[in-house]
Design a protein around this ligand. Structure first.
Ligand SMILES: [Zn+2]
Length: 210
């Protein structure tokens, strides 16, 4: 089923390919919001002010969907499971050919970036260090960010590798100061290119490193 997402310009397609969002995932999301981000609420709704761009480091759309689909983390991800058993996911997933899939409503909590999930919409792109993101993905990310900016008061667009620069700012909410991971996605050159294309939106990047 194709959902035509229209904003002033351009119009583009998003396909809805929902991952499981059952009561267990909802409860684990509410728990994560409280325990990790210190936000107590009885639903898993977020108020987005940021879009975080990623690459999957998983070689295909199908395998990425399978990795995100279960509500709980698989055994293999022990390193981050101490911070909660909620599985990782993102609201959007973009294939190599630029097709945009919405995996869950963009106002619902997804675990994709430490310290900032509560205010950030995640956009995953099928790609990796050895398979840099494509021109079609660049265009799709641009369209998607422009659309999200019409829907929410988005102030920031960042690459996942920049997330630690928010430590010490008012936006950073993570209860364990030692819970940090090293990230390189979605690559510096991709962020440079997307920022060039989005210049007119005057979005902020991550604060400068001190
Ligand atoms: Zn990432």
């Amino acid at each position: 089923m194709a959902l035509i997402v229209g904003c002033a310009k351009p119009t583009f397609r998003t396909f809805y390919k929902p991952i499981i969002f059952d009561d267990q995932r909802k409860q684990l999301s509410i728990e994560y919001l409280q325990v990790r981000h210190g936000i107590k609420q009885d639903n898993a709704v977020i108020k987005p002010v940021m879009v975080v761009l990623h690459w999957t480091a998983i070689p295909s759309l199908e395998k990425t969907f399978d990795a995100f689909n279960n509500p709980t983390l698989p055994e293999a991800r022990k390193a981050i499971s101490t911070a909660g058993t909620l599985n990782v996911s993102s609201q959007y997933l973009i294939d190599r050919d630029g097709t945009i899939f919405r995996l869950m409503p963009d106002s619902i909590f997804a675990r994709h970036v430490i310290g900032l999930n509560y205010c950030a919409i995640g956009v995953e792109n099928v790609g990796s260090e050895s398979a840099p993101l494509t021109k079609k993905q660049l265009l799709a990310n641009e369209n998607l960010v422009r659309y999200l900016k019409t829907k929410y008061p988005i102030e920031y667009v960042i690459g996942h590798y920049e997330y630690r620069q928010f430590i010490g700012t008012g936006l950073w909410k993570e209860s364990d100061p030692n819970y940090l991971t090293e990230k390189t996605d979605p690559g510096k050159s991709f962020m440079k290119r997307i920022r060039n294309r989005l210049k007119d939106l005057n979005l902020k990047g991550a604060p400068e490193k001190k």
